[in-house]
Design a protein around this ligand. Structure first.
Ligand code: SAM
Ligand code: TMP
Ligand code: ZN
Length: 409
C-alpha cells in the first residue's frame, strides 16, 4: 500500500510518489560547535491529492521551526531578483494602485525587496513578515512591517486598523504555508471586492519538465499548478483570473485571484489549464516518471563526484541555497565530496550546511585558489553567477549542473 495523507486543501486522499528520506530544516545552518542531537530531522516526501490534484508534502514542519528571528534568507541577494521585484512594484503602482489612497499588503516581504519601491512612491503599504531579523532589514529601508504570520486573525486585525486592500501580494511565500484555509479566509476578509490577490511560486510544470527535485524541501509545502490553484481558489469564493509564466527561480507562475465573478479570466488561464490537462501534469504516471528521473540524477551526481575525488580534482559548491539541502542530504554529499560551499549571505558563512555539514565560506574563499569544479547549487541564478565568475572559467574551472540532468559546462 502506498503511503497516504489528508489533503490540506480539500481533505481528499494524498498519495505519495517520491520519498527523500530523513531531511534537516533547509535553512538551519549549524554552528560548527553544534551538538548532533540538537539537529531537527523530518521525513521529506511528496504526494498528490486524488481529488483537487494539489501536490504537497506528506509531513508538515511546525512553522516556528522555519520562520523565526534568525531565518537567514535575504531576498535582495540577487541583482536579477532585485530588478524583478522593482518591476512588479512599478506595475502595481501604474495599474491596481492608481485609485484614491490605494493600499497594498505583502505576505512574506522579507528584506523589503518589493515594498521599498512602493514606500518610495509614498503609497500606503504593509509587509506581514514573521521572521524578525529580515523584517528589521525591511523596516530600516522605510518599509512598514508587521512582525507576524499572516492568517485569518492577522487579516481581520489589519483590516480594522488600515481598511481593505487593493492588492495582496506574495512571492515565494504562499507555497510555504500549509494552513491555506486560514490564509484564503484572511485574503477574502482583507481584500476589496475590486481587489486582486497575486502570488508567484515555483511551477509544478517546470519542476516536472526539468526534474528540478530540489524545489522540494520543508518550506515548499505546496507545488502549485493552474489546475490545483483554480480548485483551491474556488473553495474560498475566489477565482483564478490570470496566470503568467515567469523565468525566475527555475520557472514560476504568477497567479492572480479575484473575488468570484468580479473579473473575466484571461485567455492565458484557459491555455495553461488545457496544457496541464494535455500532459496529465498531476497524473500519478507523470509524477512517478518524475521520481524515476530524480533517482537517475542522484546516481549520476554521486558517480561523477566520486570519480572526480578519485582523480584528485577539487570540488566546491556555489550558493548555499535552501534547495541544496535536499540535494546534499538525498545524495549523501558531505565535505569528502564537496569541500565547501561559497555563499554571500553573512548569516550562512562560517556555519555548516544542514544535515550534510559542508562548511559555508565567503565568496573571497572561492577565488583563493579556484577549485577545479564548482557544483552550482544556485542554478536558478546561473546567468548572473556565471557572468560574475567569468574568471573562474578563464582559470580552467568547470561548472557542474544537475538540472535537468547531470552535466558539466
Ligand atoms: N518574498 C520574498 C522573495 O520572494 O524573495 C521572500 C521569500 S522567503 C523564501 C519566504 C518568506 O515567507 C520568509 O521571509 C518567511 O518568513 C515568510 N513567511 C512564512 N510564513 C508566512 C506567513 N504565514 N505570513 C507571512 N509571511 C510568511
Ligand atoms: P535562492 O536560490 O533561494 O535565491 O538562494 C540563493 C543563495 O545563493 C543565497 O544563499 C545567496 C547565494 N548567492 C550567492 O552566493 N552568490 C550569488 O551571486 C547569488 C545570486 C546568490
Ligand atoms: Zn485535495
Amino acid at each position: 500500500m502506498p503511503a497516504t495523507s489528508q489533503c490540506r486543501i480539500c481533505a481528499g486522499t494524498v498519495r505519495e510518489f517520491i520519498d527523500f528520506g530523513r531531511q534537516p530544516l533547509s535553512d538551519a545552518f549549524v554552528d560548527p560547535a553544534f551538538r548532533p542531537e540538537e539537529e531537527f530531522f523530518y521525513r521529506l516526501a511528496t504526494g498528490v491529492c486524488g481529488d483537487c490534484r494539489m501536490v504537497q508534502l506528506m509531513e508538515e514542519v511546525p512553522r516556528e521551526r522555519m520562520f523565526h528571528a534568525d531565518y537567514p534568507y535575504l531576498s535582495s541577494g540577487s541583482t536579477y531578483m532585485r530588478s524583478h521585484f522593482e518591476d512588479i512594484a512599478k506595475r502595481f503602482l501604474s495599474t491596481e494602485l492608481t485609485g484614491e489612497d490605494p493600499f497594498i499588503v505583502e505576505l512574506g516581504c522579507n528584506d523589503g525587496v518589493m515594498l521599498k519601491t512602493v514606500s518610495d512612491a509614498g503609497v500606503r503599504h504593509l509587509g506581514v513578515e514573521p521572521s524578525g531579523g529580515v523584517a528589521d532589514v525591511a523596516a530600516a529601508k522605510g518599509v512598514r512591517v508587521r512582525k507576524d504570520f499572516f492568517e485569518e486573525a492577522t487579516a481581520a486585525d489589519v483590516r480594522r486598523a488600515d481598511g481593505p486592500a487593493d492588492v495582496i501580494y506574495a512571492a515565494n511565500t504562499l507555497c510555504h504555508i500549509p494552513y491555506m484555509d486560514s490564509i484564503l479566509k484572511g485574503v477574502t476578509t482583507l481584500l476589496k471586492p475590486t481587489g486582486v490577490f497575486v502570488f508567484e511560486d515555483p511551477y509544478l510544470g517546470d519542476i516536472v519538465e526539468r526534474s528540478s527535485f530540489d524545489q522540494i524541501y520543508d518550506e515548499h509545502f505546496f507545488l502549485f499548478a493552474a489546475q490545483s490553484v483554480k480548485e483551491m481558489a474556488a473553495r474560498n469564493g475566489l477565482e483564478l483570473v490570470d496566470v503568467e509564466r515567469i523565468p525566475v527561480h527555475g520557472g514560476e507562475v504568477r497567479y492572480t485571484l479575484a473575488p468570484a465573478g468580479r473579473r473575466t479570466p484571461s485567455a492565458a488561464v484557459a491555455a495553461l489549464l488545457a496544457e496541464e490537462e494535455a500532459r496529465d501534469l498531476a497524473g500519478l504516471a507523470t509524477l512517478e516518471g518524475f521520481a524515476t528521473s530524480v533517482r537517475k540524477i542522484r546516481d549520476d551526481l554521486v558517480a561523477l563526484l566520486t570519480r572526480l575525488r578519485e582523480e584528485g580534482k577539487t570540488v566546491a559548491a556555489y550558493g548555499a541555497t535552501a534547495k541544496s539541502a535536499t540535494v546534499a542530504n538525498y545524495c549523501g554529499l558531505g565535505p569528502e565530496l564537496v569541500a565547501y560551499v561559497s555563499d554571500t549571505t553573512p548569516a550562512k558563512q562560517d556555519r555548516l550546511t544542514p544535515g550534510s555539514h559542508i562548511p559555508v565560506k565567503s565568496p573571497e574563499h572561492f577565488a583563493d585558489p579556484y577549485p577545479d569544479y564548482a557544483l552550482l547549487f544556485a542554478w536558478n541564478h546561473a546567468d548572473e553567477i556565471m557572468a560574475k565568475e567569468q574568471a573562474f572559467r578563464d582559470s580552467g574551472g568547470r561548472w557542474i549542473l544537475y538540472v535537468p540532468d547531470v552535466h558539466i559546462v
